[in-house]
Design a protein around this ligand. Sequence first.
Ligand code: MN3
Length: 209
Amino acid sequence: MVIVRGMFKLPDLPYAYGALEPYIDEATMRLHHDKHHAAYLENLNKALAEHPDLAAKPIEELLVGELPGEIKQAVINHGGGHFNHSFFWESMTSGSTKKPEGELAEAIEKTFGNFEKFQEDFAGKAMSVFGSGWAWLLLTPKKKLVLKRHSFQNPPLASGNMPLLGIDVWEHAYYLKYQNRRADYIKAFWNVVNWGKVEENFKNASSGR
Ligand code: MN3
């Protein structure tokens, strides 16, 4: 367990560091979780040190609420980093079913044509992130599925969209194993997607929770 000082705590991974091998290697997971995610938290807690009222809020609420000007960008960067990574860990599993089922599968087919086309479009979005950022499958307030690129750690909640699935394409997420081959990392990601979790996200977002 990694100890981070301050109100926001680093959640443990919901699986062992090596559980996503060979697709995402243990060394990357250790560094990514214990160092990168922890650093976002350290910096978020530092930014909120003088704002205990804000530090007591759930991260989702903090990211969509009003923020004092002097800490706003720090909360977007580091609070976004905390939210995005917490979400990302939960979106992966060693026991991936490799494809969605039920209503989510239907919605994906309706929006993108078929699952393979969705994978292609999602990968295209992730490939087209210039520099550091994320690609997201989101449910809009009008309950439409959309793919979006987000630079840096800009969190997906701000515009009222609900995140269903995201991929971290910062180099720290893949460079140890894949070096500059981002496309190979994205291809490998499909082997570890926790579709049960994505379906749960879709159900909650669809019912407005
Ligand atoms: Mn990352």
